[in-house]
Design a protein around this ligand. Structure first.
Ligand code: SF4
Ligand SMILES: [Zn+2]
Length: 135
C-alpha cells in the first residue's frame, strides 16, 4: 500500500484527469442530492465512482479544496470529513483508494485486501475459464 502522490493541481494536469471522469454526462443530481434525500441517495453516484479511473485525483481535489457538497471520489461530504490529503492511500496496484468500502477483510485471518483488485482478478479468471471451455 502506498500514499497517493498526485501533485497538487496546476494548469493542464488539473484539467487532464477530468476528461477521464466516469461521471461525464451523468445526471448531476445523482452526485448532489438534496440534503434531506436520505442515505441511499448517493448510492448510484458511488457506483459510478467505484469504476472511475480518476477516483484518486478527484478525491484528492475535493479534500484539498474542502469541498462541502456532493459525492467526490466515491465519498459523500460526511465521509470525507476525516480524510486528510496525507492519509489518502491506494492499494498495491496504485489504482484504487483504500477507502472503507474498498477494504476486503479475509474471514480467516483478518488480513486486509483491495476489494476492487479482487473483483478484477475474479473477472479475469472467469474469462480464462470461458476461453478454455470454448477451446
Ligand atoms: S470519482 Fe466519481 S465524482 Fe470523481 S470524477 Fe470519477 S465518477 Fe466523477
Ligand atoms: Zn486495488
Amino acid at each position: 500500500m502506498s500514499t497517493v502522490t498526485i501533485p497538487r493541481r496546476s494548469g493542464t494536469r488539473y484539467q487532464a484527469w477530468r476528461s477521464f471522469a466516469a461521471c461525464k454526462g451523468a445526471d448531476p443530481a445523482l452526485f448532489f442530492p438534496a440534503e434531506d434525500a436520505g442515505r441511499n441517495a448517493t448510492r448510484a453516484a458511488k457506483a459510478i465512482c467505484a469504476d472511475c479511473p480518476v477516483r484518486v485525483p478527484c478525491l484528492r481535489q475535493a479534500v484539498d479544496d474542502g469541498e462541502r457538497w456532493g459525492v467526490w471520489g466515491g465519498l459523500a461530504e460526511r465521509e470525507r470529513r476525516g480524510v486528510k490529503p496525507s492519509g489518502l492511500r491506494t492499494c498495491a496496484s496504485g489504482r484504487h483508494l483504500m477507502t472503507p468500502d474498498n477494504i476486503y477483510v479475509y474471514p480467516g485471518n483478518g488480513a486486509k485486501a483491495c476489494r476492487a483488485c479482487r473483483t478484477e482478478r475474479d473477472a479475469s479468471r472467469v474469462r480464462d475459464y470461458s476461453k478454455e471451455a470454448a477451446a
